[in-house]
Design a protein around this ligand. Structure first.
Ligand code: SF4
Length: 266
């Protein structure tokens, strides 16, 4: 594992995602090491020789840069913490970059959205409680510990993530489960809905994207742990397949009375 500290020149970037106006990435790289990680294209913007998932650059001056950017009074908008990294990956415990960023966003009363796979987010509950507009999302691809350990080896367990959702929801903060990527043959949607009912305000979902340089890693994992699913994944799934998944999501959303805010397909 290679961990560097770097000085960033800018931090707040305009978002191309429909649910956010701005993005902030406190780190370059992510040590959660998800096998399917969609953000590995970021490696080309670094000088690292290590494979994706084996390095992180810590933007050590992030909060000072953000304070200067917000002092210029940009138009307020929803700011997503972590679009190509996880803002609460394990090294955040030591560096506290995300916490320092949150303090600045709070100072300028910026709306905040965070999506993470880590229950470390609970550490900052005190700050989230003070924000006038915020939402906290936890990713769930499965409730089965073994599947999560295989695909997302260094993230919090699904049970820890569900507990984090419960903690925020009980504190009156808007919460959501991001069910994605949906892993065909492994993600059990009904089990996830059952586990999160009463703990979230809405769900979002996403199909797996196998066109972002992750296929080799996914294929290796399938060969070693789930060989019976290899041919299914090799078929790369049809639109009809994802249409059926969407139907199931909508049925469960109605059954459990949890609104489905979006289903992104690749
Ligand atoms: S948490 Fe997100 S950014 Fe980090 S490795 Fe997993 S998919 Fe990639």
């Amino acid at each position: 594992m290679k961990i560097n500290t770097i000085q960033c020149k800018t931090l707040l970037t305009k978002s191309r995602l429909p649910e956010a106006d701005y993005c902030i990435n406190p780190y370059v790289g992510c040590l959660h090491g998800c096998i399917y990680c969609y953000a590995r294209f970021m490696k080309r913007f670094t000088a690292h020789d290590e494979p994706w998932g084996h390095f992180v650059d810590v933007k050590i001056n992030a909060s000072e840069v953000l304070a200067k950017e917000l002092a210029r009074k940009p138009k307020k908008g929803i700011t997503l913490l972590g679009s190509v990294t996880d803002a609460y990956q394990p090294i955040e415990q030591k560096y506290r970059i995300t916490r320092a960023i949150l303090e600045i966003l709070l100072q300028y009363n910026f709306p905040v959205s965070v999506l993470t796979k880590s229950n470390l987010v609970i550490r900052d509950l005190d700050l989230f409680k003070q924000l006038s507009q915020c939402e906290v999302g936890l990713t769930l691809t499965t409730t089965a510990q073994e599947i999560a350990r295989n695909f997302e080896p260094y993230s919090s367990t699904p049970q820890q993530r569900i507990k984090a959702l419960d903690t925020f929801h009980r504190s009156g903060i808007t919460t959501y489960a991001f069910i994605g990527p949906i892993l065909p043959g492994l993600t059990n949607l009904e089990t996830i809905f059952t586990a999160i009912v009463g703990k979230v305000d809405f769900v979002m979902a996403e199909s797996i994207n196998l066109k972002c340089g992750n296929w080799e890693n996914v294929q290796d994992l399938l060969k070693s742990k789930y060989p019976h699913l290899l041919s299914l994944y090799q078929s790369r799934f049809t639109q009809t397949y994802w249409g059926q998944v969407e139907k199931e999501l909508r049925t469960l959303s109605e059954k459990f009375k949890i609104p489905l805010k979006g289903f992104y397909q690749h």
